[in-house]
Design a protein around this ligand. Structure first.
Ligand SMILES: CC(C)(COP(=O)(O)OP(=O)(O)OC[C@H]1O[C@@H](n2cnc3c(N)ncnc32)[C@H](O)[C@@H]1OP(=O)(O)O)[C@@H](O)C(=O)NCCC(=O)NCCS
Length: 204
């Protein structure tokens, strides 16, 4: 599979190229479009099931807008194959991002799409000046991107979580050093929930 990051939908300049030059219809990573929302929700239902709304991280996302410019879609041959979003939080006294959910359509897994969504998301987060990223996920997967348990040791989440899966990444060295306290949502509040047909959203 070949890959390029080119925001064909918004006309943003190419920001990162990984792998071989693209056959455009193969894989495209781009900013999420309103038209992607319904397919994204179906993909997340398939990947996580209805229990996804019970996750502790959902308490940091519900009713909030995702961080600007950091909702990405992966399309393969024009169909949504992967999704990633980031959210504003405060980690104790530090501004940070929460990564997730990230998911790839089962038919397209282990082809590097998850990696490319994460790398591109982190790259764009750095470009926007974000300094650290938190997530709850499997360390054996996220360690390869630099996420570590040690970065979140002084932090707590607003609900039950397997602590071994609570990981952090410093985009700016030292940005999580000594961070202590509760992680809480700081994203702009959504005035209306997004309906499944993709018509939405205004920030407060
Ligand atoms: C996790 C996920 C996004 C990875 O997407 P992907 O496009 O398949 O990932 P990549 O192709 O970049 O990487 C695949 C590699 O990661 C490994 N991997 C995938 N999920 C893993 C996990 N939970 N723990 C450890 N390794 C994992 C695969 O075994 C594969 O290894 P290989 O390269 O040695 O074959 C995808 O498997 C998925 O959507 N899973 C269901 C939803 C989910 O669990 N999301 C993450 C929640 S925190």
């Amino acid at each position: 599979m070949t890959y390029v990051s080119n925001d064909v939908f918004t006309g943003q300049p190419v920001s990162l190229v990984l792998g071989q030059p693209l056959l455009r219809d193969d894989l495209v990573i781009s900013s999420e479009r309103v038209q992607d929302v319904a397919a994204r929700e179906r993909l997340l239902d398939d990947a996580f099931g209805a229990a996804r709304f019970q996750k502790t991280c959902e308490r940091l996302r519900e009713g909030r807008m995702a961080a600007a410019g950091l909702s990405l879609s992966a399309h393969v041959d024009g169909a949504l194959a992967g999704t990633i979003r980031f959210w504003h939080v405060e980690a104790g006294d530090r501004p940070a991002l929460l990564l997730g959910p990230v998911a790839v359509d089962e038919r397209h897994r282990s082809l590097g799409i998850g990696r490319k969504l994460i790398v591109e998301g982190l790259f764009r987060a750095m470009q926007r000046g974000h300094k650290s990223v938190l997530l709850v996920g499997d360390a054996p997967y996220y360690n390869r991107f630099g996420f570590e348990r040690s970065a979140t040791r002084g932090l707590s989440l607003p609900g039950p979580v397997d602590e071994a899966r609570f990981l952090g990444l410093e985009l700016a060295p030292g940005s999580l050093a000594g961070a202590r306290g509760m992680v809480r949502a700081t994203g702009a509040r959504m005035l209306h929930e997004a309906p499944a047909d993709g018509t939405f959203l205004r920030a407060a």
